[in-house]
Design a protein. Sequence first.
Length: 276
Amino acid sequence: MQSIIAIQGIQGSFHHQVALNYFSSDIQLLECLTFDALADALVSGEATQAVMAIENSIAGSIIPNYALLDRHNLQIIGESYLNIEHNLMGLKGQSIADLKEVHSHPMALLQCKAFFSDYPHIRLVEAEDTADIARKINKEQLLGIGAIASVKASDIFDLKLYAESIQTIKNNVTRFVIIQAKGGALVEEKQINKAALKFVLDHQRGSLAAILNVMSDCQLNLTKIQSLPVIKTPGKYAFFVDVTFDVFDQYKKAQSIIEIMATEFKILGEYPNNKI
């Protein structure tokens, strides 16, 4: 049975590229306009698994996506890193000098701002999705309009690349997680050396430090920590952490201790560490 993989965006998007890299080309894509729609597709069973961006090396964490994972009880079963390269494209027969506007996602525009300082005649316009603008330019044959998107998008929508890799910071990496609804097939224990956890602590001095000491004592490497306020409980925070480890039993030991110390504890995922 062919897997149905939900992505945020359309074909040619960075989510699409990650899906191809992770799953191979023999998949059925479910295009979702928003991350909320992507989560709903998993919960309803419309999609088998999904690709979700979770953090960027320049912009940091995509905080609302942590809340989505938690609220819908979604499981992380894998991860993939993608070097993000922004490219300027448009209809063939034009050049950068012919462009009046360039449309793209606000983050892409921000990351390419320095490039456009040399082209003051171009107005930058925010859009929902990078690849969707490329599709629209092709479909409506929009003259004078450019898009910032992936090389994959230029191939799919038959657009000309005016300039490649125009982002200011060239080492621009986004981490994506592979997720599924709760109850799906879990990763084999022998493959697991990374985990995503959520815990809530009492608002007491040293409570977080005590948890971090447990992780250290059990030889867990804390690779990420993110806090979010607990809704309707002012002053209380939920902590989302990623840990890596070499010995699974040590991880389980830490887990059992943290469960006792925390007022709330949840495993968001256990999966193989896919290092950059």
